[in-house]
Design a protein around this ligand. Sequence first.
Ligand code: FER
Length: 369
Amino acid sequence: MKRKTISLFIAFIMTAQICACGTNQQEESIVTSSSEITEVTEEGKASEEGKASDEMSAEDKGSFATGIVTEDETTEASSEVAQVGEDPLSVLNDEIEERCPVTVTATRNNVAYGKFSHGTYDSKTCGLERGYSILLPADYNTDKQYPVLYLLHGIFGNEYSFSGDASNKIKEIVGNMAADGLIEETIVVCPNMYASSDPKQQPGFDAESCLPYDNFINDLVFDLMPHIESEYSVLTGRENTYLAGFSMGGRETLFITLQKPELFGYVCSISAAPGIVATTDKFMTHPGQLPESEVKFADGAVVPKKFILCCGTRDSVVGTYPKSYHELLETNGTDHIWYEVTGADHDNNVIKSGLYNLFKQIAYDKANP
Ligand code: FER
């Protein structure tokens, strides 16, 4: 399994570099009107993937967008039934746990999980109608208002990357933690982070192809967040607005948080990709989004209550870049939580862990105001 994953990974890198191939589904996903919401199923996703690219399989693409599948994760994902022995509130503390407990990722018979649907919004930033997936609680009801997590995918991903990958256990983590009374039922919005005004532009490992990712901050703040806040019954303000992302999405999570720290109460940058500061890694030379001295919150800024960065100790894609961001933040005096997931690669184990710890911090703060 591991060997297959590694060879797929190498094959994918070669494919991506040689033909800058098209995995982008933007053209598919931006044709509907802004009010149209359609349900996305796992099967629906699979057929969308099939259309998206002849050159790259869904598994290849998923390796980057939502994480390499590891044996470790497959084993854990096979656990189906929760064994909750204790009252979750009575054991709640604010300690980081490297692994998301199986009781939190398990599918429970007595919990109704949310469903992903798909919507579009008018992106003034890109001059296009753009798509997003949204996980609404099972009993979503406009009489209530819900906190929102914006969750950003990896390179070559799109708004279907998380909704189409059942192994990241997002539905279960949010649903179980809400069912246990730890967190409020929460809406999860998964955007397409490639904010280009040219629908034909493709992501790739070169500076120009990465610019639309860096432009997502504008699309998020000026277009998507106002759309979500007007179309859905959401709680606003930073206490109720969370940001997380994986890899390329982890990098943009870090960038957006440093630029707009007042907008998000809880943040988790998972396995963040290189490029925040100038560097050359095995994929490309990055001009850098910020000088090293600016990898910090501005003096006097309103900042997140919890700002988490994490990464696997065996990350074969971004290596120790997340750790270097932690060290820069520390040098520059910016408060954050840093932890590593022992033995984890660039994979869903770290995604599950990051999301779990993000919600655990939210739960702890809500219980201890
Ligand atoms: C890079 C290394 C990794 C990079 C992006 C990534 C743009 C992203 C990986 C992912 O999203 O999984 O040099 O440059």
